[in-house]
Structures are given as C-alpha cells and as structure tokens.
Design a binder for this molecule. Structure first.
Ligand SMILES: NC(=O)C1=CN([C@@H]2O[C@H](COP(=O)(O)OP(=O)(O)OC[C@H]3O[C@@H](n4cnc5c(N)ncnc54)[C@H](OP(=O)(O)O)[C@@H]3O)[C@@H](O)[C@H]2O)C=CC1
Ligand SMILES: CC(C)(CO)C(=O)C(=O)O
Length: 335
C-alpha cells in the first residue's frame, strides 16, 4: 500500500461472489472505494438490480447499480491498494497469476477464503507481495436479485503485518481485527468447514441440521477424527467460539433438548443459512471438498491414521458433483 496511513485505500474484490459482494458492499456503503472483479453471471444481476446487502442485525441497504464499479477482466487489479481474494479454493492459483500480471507490487493481498494454504499458493506467484491470510467466521447467503445476506455474526481476522489493515477495513457492520496467530485461528475455522459437506448432503439449512441429533453425531464423529489427525501433526488450533475445540464433539452429541440449552449461541443463525458448499453442490458447481475433507485424508495418510469419515464424505460429495445433488440421510454416510 502506498502509505501506512492511506485514509481510503482502493480496494478490489477479486472474485465477486457471496463473500466478495457482501464484504465489498459493506465497505463501499461505508465510503471506501471498491471495485468488483467477477463473472457476468453475478455482475449482470448487479448491473440490473444494484447490490443489496443485508444482515441478521437489521442492515438492509441497496447500492444503486450506477454507483458500482464492476469488471469482468483483471486490468482493474492495477488500481488496487488492497486486493481481497474471494474466489473458491481451486481458483486461487489462477487469480494469483492475474494479480501478478496486473497489480502494483505494493498492493496488499488478503485471502478471505476458507481452507488452509491459500496464502502460500498466492505467494508462489507473488513472492514479494504483502500477503495476508484471513478468517471469515460468518456465513453469507446469496439470494434472489443481487442480494447477499450475512446470516451469522463474528469479526474477520487477518494475519498481522506491516500495515494496520484491520483498522482500515473496519467499518460499521464489519469489524476486522489482526492476529499473530492466524494459522491457529484458520485451523479452528477449518474444523467448522468440515460440516460444509454434511450440510450440503443433508439438503437442510444449518439451523435444521443442528437440531437433528443424527446429523450432529456425524459432525461430532468427523470432528473427533480430524482432531486426531491435526493433533498428530502438532497443529495449533484456536476455536472460533468460547468453547474449547475438544469439547465441541461432546456438546454436539448431547440429546437435542439439552443441546438447545447448552449451545444456544451456536443456534443463533438465520433460518435460511446453508454452507457455501451446499449452494455450490445444489447449483451443480464443483465444491471445495478437496480443501476440507481432502486435506484431512492427505494428512491422515502421512501419519497412517485412518479417516473413514473424511473418506465417506469425500466419496458422497464427489458422486453428487458428478451425478447431481440429492438428499442423503446420516445413516447412509455411516455405512
Ligand atoms: N459463502 C460463505 O458464507 C463463506 C465463504 N467463505 C469462503 O470464501 C471463499 C469464496 O466463497 P464464496 O463467496 O461463497 O464463493 P462464490 O463462488 O460465491 O464467489 C466466488 C466468485 O468468484 C468468481 N471467480 C473465480 N475466479 C475468478 C477470476 N479469476 N476472475 C473473476 N471472478 C472469478 C467465481 O466465478 P466462477 O464460479 O465462474 O469461478 C464466483 O462467482 C471460499 O473459499 C469460501 O469457502 C468463507 C466464509 C463464508
Ligand atoms: C457456514 C460457514 C460460515 C461455516 O461453515 C462457512 O464458512 C461456509 O459456508 O463456507
């Protein structure tokens, strides 16, 4: 970034989808200069309807179409002080090449993606850039007519670095903090993302899935399996909530009436929320399963730890990607 104190950096959203449109919309609404790089599928809707951003706390704003700076080609990256990478895991290497081709060398590149290792992928093409991994704790639901609704709470955390970027990006409706422990924080979120696959296969909203004990047991069992693998690798894990990670599987296995009382905070989700993988799978798009269960399978192999849950969920999601999504029961996955 040109200056440590640049009051209003130019921000480019690299990948205008659910997270990119919501975060970019909130920043633009707060007065930041924001450009959106995305696909016609999304941008055409924004051109005709504007960008509507809403959240669980009552935010509901439409940014008029003529105020939006929308781009389908990467030349816009040349104007960025800050690039927020909001593409899915598999698109990271491609966007890194585009950033390398167009962005200024002093642009700060922040990965707002789920999964581990995206900062490293970006660094391979951008070895001299200030690259910041980040963790987005909340869910954004892409809705009809160019509306993006944030359905859960939490602050974005970005890795510490030379600029007080968290402060710059914090605006009304969106708090961004910085941390020296970003990798541990990302592992904490990674554990939650292991539920993206069961949620997608269940066909349920997150709220309905959490109220179903059989699905909660699936979540608990695969989290226990993943914790064994991550601990064998010595990974530091910081939970995204006040509950220690080791306790979460126990809480998930509780009978539903007790779970509802103990985990009231976990159930504070808007009724329409589904994971990003659910949206992809049911729209016939490829998912991020390789970055989630795929990672556990690979890490398990390295330590000769069997990962039957990750294997089963991987197979079910790959089959659904190939043959079309269908509603699964928790019992089918248990076989
Ligand atoms: N949705 C959510 O609630 C949350 C998502 N995340 C994470 O954030 C990341 C983004 O997720 P999400 O917003 O849901 O994803 P989306 O698929 O909704 O948005 C990404 C968009 O970027 C586009 N894109 C990909 N490559 C390029 C490119 N080179 N140039 C222009 N546009 C491009 C994609 O198009 P195309 O599909 O054609 O490639 C897509 O429209 C993921 O890692 C996800 O796990 C994190 C927290 C919550
Ligand atoms: C739902 C949430 C916030 C956690 O699993 C998410 O990260 C996603 O939808 O990808």
């Amino acid at each position: 970034m040109r200056s440590n104190t640049a009051p209003c950096p130019r921000i480019v959203i690299a990948g205008a989808g659910a997270i990119g449109c919501f975060v970019g919309g909130v920043l633009a609404h707060a007065g930041h200069s924001v450009s959106f790089l995305g696909r016609p599928r999304i941008l055409d809707r924004l051109r005709s309807e504007g960008l509507r951003i809403s959240d669980y706390a009552g935010l509901d704003v439409t940014l008029a179409a003529h105020t939006l700076d929308l781009h389908e080609t990467p030349e816009v990256l040349a104007h960025a002080d800050v690039i927020l990478v909001c593409v899915k895991s598999k698109a990271t290497a491609d966007i890194a090449v585009q950033i390398a081709a167009h962005a200024r060398p002093d642009a700060i590149v922040v990965s707002l993606q789920n999964g581990m290792g995206h900062a490293d992928t970006l660094r391979r093409s951008l070895p001299t850039y200030d690259i910041r991994p980040a963790m987005v704790p909340f869910n954004v639901v892409p809705m009809e007519n160019g509306r993006f609704h944030r359905s859960t709470s939490g602050d974005i955390v970005i890795g510490s670095g030379p600029h007080a970027l968290g402060q710059t990006l914090s605006v009304a409706g969106l708090r961004v903090t910085q941390s020296n422990e970003i990798e541990a924080i990302q592992w904490g979120k990674f554990l939650l993302n292991l539920n993206n696959a069961p949620n997608a296969l269940s066909g349920l909203t997150l709220h309905a899935q959490l109220l179903d004990r059989a699905w909660r047991r699936v979540m608990a069992d695969q989290m226990t399996e993943a914790l064994r693998v991550l601990r064998a690798h010595g990974c530091q894990i910081k939970p995204t909530t006040d509950v220690p990670v080791g306790l979460v599987p126990f809480i998930l296995r509780l009978p539903t009436p007790i779970f509802i009382r103990v985990a009231a905070k976990m159930l504070t989700i808007d009724p329409q929320a589904k994971t990003s993988m659910a949206h992809d799978l049911w729209a016939g798009r490829k998912t991020e399963i390789d970055a989630f269960q795929g990672r556990i399978i690979a890490m398990g192999r390295e330590k000769s730890i069997p990962t039957p849950w990750a294997d089963a969920l991987m197979s079910a999601v790959k089959a659904a990607e190939q043959n079309g999504a269908s509603v699964h029961s928790p019992e089918i996955l248990r076989r």
